[in-house]
Ligand binder design. Structure first.
Ligand SMILES: [Zn+2]
Ligand SMILES: [Zn+2]
Ligand SMILES: [Zn+2]
Ligand SMILES: [Zn+2]
Length: 398
């Protein structure tokens, strides 16, 4: 070891014990708070503790009169400890976030159940059914945010993105009163319609009446819809905000929406037809077996026509085929996802992009995709989730 470095090491050695002593004096606390100065706030359901920890802000936690969202309160037996200041800072930032409000709270003039996470702002203003139970909207919001963030991690991975790569947080709002939803459409989105709406701007948003066709006030339906809609909004907001609606990218946009929804629930139930959520259904939304059999029977090329279509104009079976083609790109050419998306945003067409990024003609893509489907799709579809709050589901989140 060089002499200079040795000298430095010797010089720093005695000082090392000093901070430890100092720390003990600063720490304070007492035995009853495990020397922290704070204890857990008892006003929050313990089964949601892990969920609270994974979000940035929750309006229900932030409105807690005891802790203001810090989730911890003063020990009460000692003046303070090392965690006291952090707890105060956390409550202060929760208050600032809560006071800043959001567009629907300003419009409707009442506090709402809303959660902000890394990629999302979620508002639920309706109790929803899960089987015979009615879910508390607060618990429901956390379950949905959990699904959404798991999905967002997959999208980030597919596109080499982080939460900062999107033009804004994706905002998703669901209402019990169709009048509230209509008001949001009118006053915030500027459209005088009562159907579910998506707003493709730098601050992407969607609003829907939770009792609408296909949602029917059911927790699982609303959660699946949220994931599907979020998939569309996130891709439009990714890297450069641009709506794919007038691009010949119907298969890509719809395929992605179905793919991310299916990735969480093993089934897809949301069909976007010219902005409206219809109660369409093709083969029960479980498509591996259906697509394998469909393709085995159709010999004529499908893709040359399919890849020319605009989003919102696909036939029911084309939703399935689009999902499968996206599925193939994810499995076989994941590095092409980002250039495909950005190419579509630039107005390029699929033939050109396939040639450029997959080094394949459209007919070669068709051949490779069909062969992959026949070789990999199972004889039985995976089991679809029956419940949103199902704890037994395979948890691939960590
Ligand atoms: Zn204490
Ligand atoms: Zn909460
Ligand atoms: Zn509390
Ligand atoms: Zn869609």
């Amino acid at each position: 070891m060089p002499a200079l470095l040795l000298a430095l090491l010797c010089a720093t050695a005695p000082a090392a014990s000093a901070p430890a002593q100092e720390e003990e004096i600063i720490r304070g606390g007492c035995r009853s708070c495990s020397m922290s100065g704070v204890k857990d706030c008892k006003k929050h359901p313990s089964e949601l503790a892990a969920f609270e920890a994974e979000v940035r802000f929750c309006s229900v936690a932030a409105r807690c009169e005891d802790c203001g969202g810090a989730m911890s309160v003063d020990c009460g037996r000692c003046p303070e400890g090392p965690d006291s200041l952090n707890s105060e800072i956390r409550a202060e930032s929760c208050k600032r976030w809560l006071d800043a409000g959001c567009d629907p709270e300003t419009l409707l003039q009442r506090p709402l159940v809303r959660i902000e996470s890394e990629h999302f702002e979620f508002i639920i203003d309706a109790p929803l059914k899960e089987g015979s139970k009615t879910l508390d909207p607060h618990a429901f919001a956390h379950h949905v945010i959990h699904e959404l963030e798991a999905m967002a991690r997959t999208i980030d991975e597919h596109y080499g993105a982080t939460a900062n790569s999107y033009s804004g947080r994706t905002r998703l709002w669901y209402w019990q009163d169709p009048e509230d939803h209509a008001k949001v459409n009118r006053e915030i989105f500027g459209r005088n319609v009562t159907s579910a709406m998506k707003l493709y701007t730098r601050a992407p948003a969607s609003s829907a009446w939770a009792g609408d066709n296909g949602l029917e006030g059911k927790a699982l339906n609303v959660a699946m819809n949220a994931c599907h809609v979020a998939g569309h909004l996130m891709l439009s907001a990714l890297y450069r905000q641009e709506w794919l609606n007038d691009k010949k990218a119907g298969w890509f946009d719809n395929g992605a929406g179905h793919w991310y929804e299916e990735s969480r629930f093993q089934r897809t139930a949301t069909y976007c037809m010219d902005e409206a959520n219809s109660d369409l259904d093709w083969k029960g939304g479980q498509w591996r077996v259906a697509i394998r059999e469909w393709l085995a029977k159709k010999n004529e090329a499908i893709l040359p026509a399919l890849v020319q279509k605009l989003p919102g104009t696909l036939w029911p079976e084309e939703h399935g085929l689009s999902w499968s083609l996206y599925d193939w790109v994810v499995a076989e050419h994941p590095a092409a996802l980002k250039p495909l998306l950005m190419g579509f945003k630039d107005g390029k067409d699929a033939r050109e992009l396939f040639r450029e990024h997959l080094q394949l003609t459209i007919l070669q893509v068709e051949e490779a995709w069909r062969a992959w489907v026949q070789a990999t799709y199972p004889v039985r579809d995976p089991k679809a989730r029956r419940k949103l709050t199902d704890k037994s589901r395979a948890d691939d989140d960590e």
